[in-house]
Design a binder for this molecule. Structure first.
Ligand code: 5RP
Length: 225
């Protein structure tokens, strides 16, 4: 059922993509459906170029037949479609559950229209139940972790299959429990100032359109025109 909600939200986002657009492709199981849909539309003649936000998404996009481009050719995107781990009532996001937050932030920040696709389980009254992913450089990561603790968080170095998880950028991800995040923008700023912190999974004031897959169908919320 959740997959159906993700599919509906993911596919709906593809309707906003038009000929000639440069499209940012986020990462995760909801954007997966946007990529599949865009692949179908490309095979029917839609002309786009896409920039993937992770090696996983790059593989999916290539397999779907979506032509790719890069920042050596473009400096701005027309539209980006990305998932989220949490969305608050002000449309601030926690992202990075899949570990792609740095490239996602890059792509989603350089886009004219940022579309967020989620199933309804991602909607929260306040951010913070989902541990906040923070990308840190491997060198001295222990120091970064202590600094995050001093901000009141409980950081846990992400592991995968018993090994330290390494992002597409060669960095580590620290999942930080802050319980409730009252001021996401200021927490982001504080975290970014810490030694070794490259990026945080807080995406504040970025969402232009939110597409929610729910039990009663798909809901589209225009956040910014
Ligand atoms: C990856 C992300 C994803 O967008 C986020 O984890 C949501 O994923 P899904 O659509 O699979 O629930 O930020 O870094």
């Amino acid at each position: 059922m959740d997959n159906l909600k993700k599919k509906q939200a993911g596919e709906k986002a593809a309707e906003y993509v038009q000929d000639g657009m440069v499209v940012g492709l986020g990462s995760g199981t909801t954007v997966y459906y946007s990529i599949q849909k865009l692949g179908e539309l490309v095979s029917e003649g839609l002309q786009i170029k896409a920039i993937p936000s992770s090696t996983e998404t790059e593989k999916l996009a290539r397999k779907a037949g979506i032509p790719l481009t890069s920042f050596s050719e473009v400096s701005e995107l027309d539209i980006s479609i990305d998932g989220a781990d949490e969305v608050d009532p002000e449309f601030n996001l926690i992202k990075g559950g899949g570990g792609a937050l740095l490239r996602e932030k890059f792509v989603d920040s350089l886009t004219k229209k940022f579309i967020v696709v989620v199933d309804e389980s991602k909607l929260v009254s306040r951010l913070g139940s989902f541990p906040l992913p923070v990308e840190v450089i491997p060198f001295g990561w222990e120091v970064s972790v202590k600094a995050i603790e001093s901000l009141g968080g409980t950081p846990i170095l992400r592991k995968k299959d018993g090994e330290t998880f390494v992002s597409n950028n060669g960095n580590y991800i620290v999942d930080c429990h802050f319980s409730t995040i009252h001021q996401p923008a200021s927490l982001h700023t504080q975290l970014k100032q810490l030694l070794g912190v490259v990026e945080t999974g807080l995406f504040t004031d970025m969402t232009d359109l939110l597409i929610i897959g729910g039990t009663d169908g798909t809901k589209v919320i225009t956040v910014k025109e």
